[in-house]
Design a protein around this ligand. Structure first.
Ligand SMILES: Nc1ncnc2c1ncn2[C@@H]1O[C@H](COP(=O)(O)OP(=O)(O)OP(=O)(O)O)[C@@H](O)[C@H]1O
Ligand SMILES: CC(C)(CO)[C@@H](O)C(=O)NCCC(=O)O
Length: 296
């Protein structure tokens, strides 16, 4: 795809249809400057596409003279492990609250469709978590199609802390106005040909240098380890007394043999399927935005 590039300052000068006052919870981790320069113009831009989606639905209702069900607007967010997809998705979901009509936004992650560790182990896929064969693609596609058709459903929950699907909990998804689907494989086609990218009204890829991605991955391990000190149910509890150097070496091996390998083989090749590519700098600020020429 061909893209139009916006530098941070060009992007920051675009119109802002959302005011910080119209949002109840401002996203954690983001400065007012970052909200103003990047996130508010982005949410305003997606807001235009969302308004078009609503208008199209209303026009079709009029055309067919038939009451039709409201269907959600689907936003896909892709990128590497640790790129910040869930943090980014929570931030834009909070900003969507400031769009006209305060659309109800729900986030699901494709992590929620990973096979349980027990199944990954039985299929010798333990070291391929995140690779295409580690997901229940049929359930993932079926669930997204169900939500997209306006029906409610229950979705499994994945915990980074226990490093597994939670055994007895589900997320109830009840016809949102906007559904954000975030995950490393949202722009991939599944192992049985499941065409996920075609479900999205708009898709984004969070891009960053691999060196930064590893550094964020490492920082997150330290955060999980700290939280796990008093929590034996956490996967990271087992590492509480491991010398930091040894843990760092382990993280490096996991990155090189699993997450980095997955990035190069399966995630990065999907970057140019995205409508919007967002480039993050090492401090998580956004320094470049590319918009597909098919949109502008
Ligand atoms: N804008 C930000 N500012 C500061 N820290 C951030 C920001 N975005 C993400 N992070 C940090 O980077 C790490 C990775 O972020 P996050 O967990 O959102 O990534 P992810 O892409 O959802 O990861 P995964 O694919 O493994 O689920 C976390 O420690 C998070 O706190
Ligand atoms: C759950 C995924 C696949 C993606 O979010 C990732 O965070 C993961 O757990 N990868 C497997 C290797 C590891 O980081 O332990």
């Amino acid at each position: 795809m061909s893209y139009t590039r916006y530098s941070r300052s060009e992007w920051a000068s675009l119109p802002k249809y959302i005011s910080q006052d119209s949002i109840t919870h401002l996203p954690n981790l983001l400065s007012d400057i970052e909200l103003d320069a990047f996130y508010i113009p982005l949410a305003s831009f997606i807001g235009i596409l969302y308004r078009n989606h609503l208008k199209c639905k209303a026009d079709l209702q009029h055309f067919f003279n038939k009451e039709t069900k409201a269907i959600p607007f689907l936003v896909g967010v892709a990128g590497s492990v640790s790129a910040g997809k869930s943090t980014f998705s929570e931030s834009i979901a909070q900003l969507f609250e400031g769009l006209p009509g305060s659309p109800k936004t729900t986030i699901v992650s494709t992590d929620q469709f990973l096979y349980k560790n027990e199944i990954l182990e039985a299929r010798e896929l333990k070291d391929l978590k995140g690779f295409p064969e580690s997901y229940d693609w049929k359930n993932l596609l079926h669930t997204l199609q169900t939500i997209k058709s306006g029906k409610s459903t229950d979705v499994p929950i994945y915990s980074h802390e226990t490093y597994d699907i939670l055994p007895d909990e589900t997320q109830h998804v009840e016809s949102p106005d906007i559904l954000i689907v975030e995950g490393i494989n949202t722009l991939q086609v599944g192992i049985n040909g499941e065409d996920l990218p075609s479900l999205f009204d708009i898709s984004l890829y969070l891009d960053a240098e691999e060196e930064d991605l590893f550094s964020w991955f490492w920082t997150r391990i330290l955060q999980f380890k700290e939280k796990a000190k008093e929590d034996p149910s956490s996967y990271y509890h087992a590492f509480k007394d491991m010398p930091e150097e040894q843990l760092h070496q382990m993280a490096k091996t996991v990155w090189d043999t699993i997450n980095g390998k997955n990035l190069r083989e399966h995630i990065l090749p999907t970057k140019e399927k995205a409508d919007i590519i967002v480039k993050k700098a090492s401090d998580h600020t956004i320094n470049e935005i590319q918009i597909s020429e098919t949109l502008l």
